[in-house]
Design a protein around this ligand. Structure first.
Ligand code: SF4
Length: 252
């Protein structure tokens, strides 16, 4: 099934999504959040890895009732769980913690794709069940695999709209916002963890290294399957001219 056919089946018009994305490209991140909230109301979910709380801080300014989802894989650092609680209390978050339907095991040792599937992909599907859209903190500058991230995309596999309000933000934009807003930082940041996922699959990196090189280090694995097939407006002057199949890397 083509992206256009999948969108039509979900009652969506890719042409309209592309136009909205192009318009929001020129506007502040809060405009994308407002657009998503206005379009989807309670059927919008913000999925956060809690590596930082920039997107949450922006979203709470727009609507403090937006549901925030955290996937507790059972393999997060203790510092991440602590940080989740600090952020939850700071914003009185409408937080939903989703856990996998499997017991802790060592699957990550020899089957990381299967492990991510059971601990991330399946729980996210559960969290998004019955929703129309989800919002993430994906940024183009994070990795080459994210360079085509659109502000508004169609999540082909899930039949949902995916909104990435921070798509155009650089690392400097994030750092500046954190400072300006006095946001709490994940405690592992100061220890060299630039991209923070599960402890078995996350290593600190050296200054100047690819921030995501500490994820699944030594393995031929760049994503965990949360950010699969997407139809997003290509970087073309005519956003409707084509739709890129964006196999983006994961933020989790
Ligand atoms: S990041 Fe590692 S531990 Fe976490 S779900 Fe994926 S393979 Fe499992």
């Amino acid at each position: 099934m083509s992206p256009e056919e999948a969108a039509a089946e979900a009652g969506l018009d890719l042409r309209q999504l592309a136009a909205a994305s192009a318009e929001l490209e020129k506007m502040p991140a809060t405009a994308a959040i407002e657009w998503a909230r206005d379009q989807f109301g309670d059927e919008l979910v913000l999925a956060s890895s809690f590596q930082d709380c920039v997107l949450i801080d922006l979203a709470m300014q727009v609507d403090p009732s937006i549901e925030v989802v955290f996937l507790d894989t059972q393999y997060h650092f203790a510092e991440t769980l602590w940080y989740v609680e600090q952020v939850r209390k700071r914003y009185d978050l409408n937080l939903r913690i989703v856990r996998p339907q499997v017991e802790p095991d060592d699957r990550w040792l020899d089957d990381p794709d299967g492990c991510c599937g059971a601990r991330k992909v399946v729980p996210l599907a559960q969290a998004l069940s019955g929703k129309q859209a989800w919002m993430t903190g994906l940024r183009r500058s994070e990795a080459s695999t994210r360079r085509h991230t659109a502000i508004v995309a169609f999540d082909v596999g899930r039949g949902l709209v995916k909104v990435n309000p921070l798509a155009t933000w650089t690392d400097q934009d994030v750092a500046g916002y954190v400072t300006a807003r006095g946001l709490p930082e994940h405690p592992l940041r100061e220890l060299g963890y630039e991209s923070i996922g599960c402890w078995p699959c996350t290593r600190p990196v050296q200054p100047g290294d690819d921030p995501r090189s500490g994820r699944w280090a030594g393995l031929d694995k760049l994503e965990c399957g949360l950010h699969g097939d997407e139809a997003s407006p290509a970087s073309d002057s005519n956003p409707l001219a084509s739709f890129a199949e964006d196999h983006s890397d994961s933020l989790f």
